[in-house]
Each structure stands twice: as structure tokens, then as C-alpha cells.
Design a protein around this ligand. Structure first.
Ligand SMILES: Nc1ncnc2c1ncn2[C@@H]1O[C@H](COP(=O)(O)OP(=O)(O)OP(=O)(O)O)[C@@H](O)[C@H]1O
Length: 261
């Protein structure tokens, strides 16, 4: 695996009118790694992710993908690069089944009819490759699935489409203990397949369990990027709540520490 990030933002600023939300933010994601993006309410996580996903255009700074500078000003630009955001609402259609949801908008045709067989095989293969055992049938309607199963379908959809960077917005927020464990295992397997996973979460246990690297935003600035192995929960919470950690001996806000892949 490469030490070079697949996605690299440097010195990113974003304002809404007079409100300066992101201040010189550096952020990177690596193929095969889970990068957690954490921060208190209003720290700027959603804004940063929307800049990555093309919903917002950065005001200044650089956006590099696979080492090449990009101008991303539309979600289609990000999608063309292979960046997929799985939002909390999951954007699944209740009245369609798992296969139909995974292929929604990108259906396969055989002649002029839908190639149901090939789509079903591809969906099943993707779920198998991610060791998903929680779905009874890929022909189940989404309306009959649990929250964890729905999250699984949304993540598997990103895997099916070979997304290179998958951003997961609070994937376990609405889940119980067992389903949370299953979704975190899925997150890990997605990264193990070579995807760069960005995990937004307020749940420190989830973050510490699954992340390789943790980037902490504090009041729109990057407080630190740390390797999971170098920190404990207290230190991450301190970074989230104060923007610095005395225990880590980190420099003040804006410093990247130990962020090698
Ligand atoms: N469109 C906007 N116009 C003005 N201010 C905005 C806009 N979007 C976000 N902000 C402000 O930017 C700051 C960061 O918001 P953002 O939603 O990115 O934080 P967050 O870390 O995702 O928070 P949360 O964890 O609560 O979702 C907040 O102070 C918010 O009010």
C-alpha cells in the first residue's frame, strides 16, 4: 500500500458570507485505511465533507486526488473521481429491494430489458466479498430491513461501484450494540479491500475501535491528526473539547502529528 494519500486537502478555507467556518484545514485519506473525522458539534466536519463531496466549493487551498490537483465544485465532480458519501439518511428507496437499491440509477440492461440476473449476481458477490451475512435475501425490500441492514446495503453499494473514497456520516448513530459491531466490521472490511474510508463519528469507542488515523477539528481548525495507536480516549476527547492535548505534547492547533499511513 502506498504511503501517499489518495485524497489530500491542504490549507482549505470555507466561508458562508461573513461566517468563516474552515480555517486552513489540512486533511488526508489513505487507500486501505480508516480515517476518523471527529470534532464537537459545529466544529466543521459536515462542511469539510461537503467540500470533499463537491456540495461546497473550497474558497482557497488545494484539493488533490491521486496526486493530481482537482477543481471539485459539484457532487458529480467528486463522484467522477470515485468519492462517495453515505449520509445518515442513506438515500435508499423503501419500496425497492436490495439489488434495485444497489443499482439505482446505474441499472444494467440486456438489450432493452433490465438484466436482473447479472445485477443480482453482482450485488450478492459484493455482499459476499464484504462477508455480509445479515441479509436473508437480496430480493428483500428495504422497507423490511433493520437500521443495521440498511446501513450495510448503503455501504455495500459504495463497494459495488468501486468507490475509491467512501465517507460514512455517523453510520452507527441509530444502531444497537450488535448492529454497531456488525457495521464496524463492515467498515474495516471495506478499508481492507483497499478503499479509503472516512468515518465521521461522535462515538469515541467506535472511532478507537476501527480507525487507523484520527483527524480532530476544533472550531473549524485542524487540532491534530494522530495515529490511533498513539492515543487513548482521554487524549482524543481532550483534543475535541480543547483543541489541544497536553499529554500528547502536540503543538497548538494546525499541526499534523504522526499522520503517516
Ligand atoms: N450554510 C451555512 N451558512 C452559515 N453557517 C454555516 C453553514 N453551514 C454550516 N455553518 C456553520 O459552520 C459551523 C460548522 O458547521 P458543521 O455543520 O460543518 O459542523 P459539524 O462539525 O458537522 O457539526 P455537527 O457535529 O453538529 O453536525 C457551524 O457553526 C455552522 O453553524
Amino acid at each position: 500500500m502506498s504511503d501517499q494519500p489518495i485524497l489530500q486537502l491542504r490549507g482549505v478555507n470555507k466561508s458562508f458570507g461573513a461566517v468563516h467556518v474552515l480555517h486552513d484545514v489540512d486533511f488526508a485519506a489513505y487507500a486501505g485505511k480508516v480515517t476518523a473525522l471527529v470534532g464537537d458539534n459545529g466544529a466543521g466536519k459536515s462542511t469539510l465533507v461537503k467540500c470533499i463531496g463537491g456540495t461546497y466549493t473550497i474558497d482557497s487551498g488545494s484539493y488533490e486526488f491521486e496526486g493530481t490537483s482537482q477543481h471539485v465544485s459539484d457532487p458529480r465532480d467528486a463522484a467522477a473521481l470515485g468519492v462517495e458519501i453515505v449520509y445518515q439518511d442513506l438515500a435508499l428507496c423503501e419500496n425497492l429491494d436490495v439489488v434495485q437499491n444497489m443499482f439505482l440509477g446505474r441499472e444494467r440492461l440486456r438489450g432493452i430489458v433490465l438484466d436482473e440476473e447479472s445485477m443480482e449476481i453482482a450485488a450478492s458477490d459484493t455482499l459476499k466479498s464484504l462477508s455480509v451475512r445479515t441479509l436473508k435475501s437480496v430480493r428483500q425490500r428495504v422497507s423490511s430491513l433493520s437500521g443495521g441492514q440498511r446501513q450495510t446495503v448503503a455501504i455495500a453499494k459504495a463497494a459495488l461501484w468501486k468507490s475509491k473514497v467512501v465517507i460514512l456520516d455517523e453510520p452507527t448513530a441509530a444502531l444497537g450494540v450488535a448492529q454497531t459491531a456488525q457495521v464496524l466490521e463492515l467498515v474495516r472490511r471495506l478499508a481492507d479491500q483497499g478503499t479509503a474510508v472516512i468515518l465521521i463519528s461522535h462515538n469515541m469507542l467506535d472511532v478507537l475501535q476501527v480507525a487507523d488515523t484520527i483527524s480532530v477539528l476544533y472550531l473549524g481548525q485542524l487540532a491534530a491528526t494522530v495515529n490511533r495507536a498513539d492515543v487513548n480516549q482521554t487524549q482524543v476527547v481532550e483534543l475535541i473539547t480543547t483543541g489541544r492535548s497536553g499529554n500528547l505534547g502536540l503543538q497548538p492547533i494546525g499541526t499534523i502529528t504522526g499522520a503517516s499511513a
